[in-house]
Design a protein around this ligand. Structure first.
Ligand SMILES: [Mn+2]
Length: 262
């Protein structure tokens, strides 16, 4: 398993679970200095920075790009893939495609989190996921679908239900994001849920029960790591956490918790 940390450049997401918000050259340097393998990028859109510049920063600091978020489409433009309006769904798809293409040029998958919509229909979701998965496949990367807790979406709150949905609709090239914060709210047992959805899991948001760095809440991480090992998970543990008490402390706590767990 590899480590990653979230970097945000979206002013509207100032209250969100993103650790470093300084300009990217500084954020990349700090993430590398603290010992992360990769960064997860949360950007306002695909034109914020060129893929060429991101590649150069990544090479300079020896970091990979773990994934790119798409939530700015919701935060900044109010778009979702399951909006009742077809026009808005199409605009949402255009935005997600643009982020899939941006990430694809970096070899990184895009994530569907809040852009799935707060209260949408499964019919719209399956249509959107299929098109995004096909688009991602042209770049040779998967498309990541994230079940969220009940306060953020009515679509899928638990891994097992999302996994069944992918199988029922034969959705290829879609992987699931196991976000330990959402899972702490929704799953009966986090480790069991990971074991049962094992072959579908393609990304992990590594957060404690209160969305702070692992070790700053009440999650017992050992069984979670044991389950990830059992399913032979080799992807990222990406710290999508609040920068509390400050970004560096949160980042260092993540690395030290992972070191003590392995
Ligand atoms: Mn997440």
């Amino acid at each position: 398993m590899k480590t990653a940390i979230t970097l945000s450049q979206v002013p509207e997401a100032s209250g969100g679970p993103f650790v470093f918000r300084t300009p990217l050259p500084d954020a990349f340097a700090t993430a590398a200095a603290i010992g992360f393998d990769a960064v997860e990028l949360f950007l306002p859109g695909p034109d914020f920075i060129s893929d060429h510049e991101v590649k150069s920063l990544a090479a300079q600091h020896g970091l990979a790009i773990a994934a790119v978020g798409t939530g700015a489409g919701m935060l900044r433009h109010g778009l979702s893939l399951t909006d009742p309006s077809e026009e808005i769904r199409e605009a949402a798809l255009d935005f997600v495609f643009s982020m899939i293409d941006f990430g694809g040029q970096l070899g990184a998958p895009a994530i569907l989190g809040s852009m799935q919509g707060k209260s949408g229909s499964h019919d719209h979701l399956v249509a959107g996921l299929r098109r995004c998965a096909n688009r991602a496949a042209t770049h040779g990367v998967p498309f990541i679908y994230e079940p969220l807790n009940r306060y953020e979406t009515n679509l899928f709150n638990r891994l097992a239900d999302a996994a069944k949905f992918l199988e029922l609709h034969d959705l290829k090239n879609v992987v699931l994001l196991a976000d330990l914060f959402h899972m702490n709210i929704e799953e009966r047992d986090v480790a069991t849920a990971i074991r049962e959805a094992g072959r579908h899991i393609g990304h992990v948001h590594f957060a404690d029960s209160n969305r702070q760095a692992m070790g700053f809440g009440h999650t017992v991480a050992e069984p979670v790591i044991a389950a990830l090992r059992e399913i032979q998970y080799t992807g990222y543990l990406s710290a999508e956490i609040f920068p509390l008490p400050d970004p560096e402390t949160a980042a260092r706590q993540t690395i030290s918790s992972i070191r003590s767990l392995f």
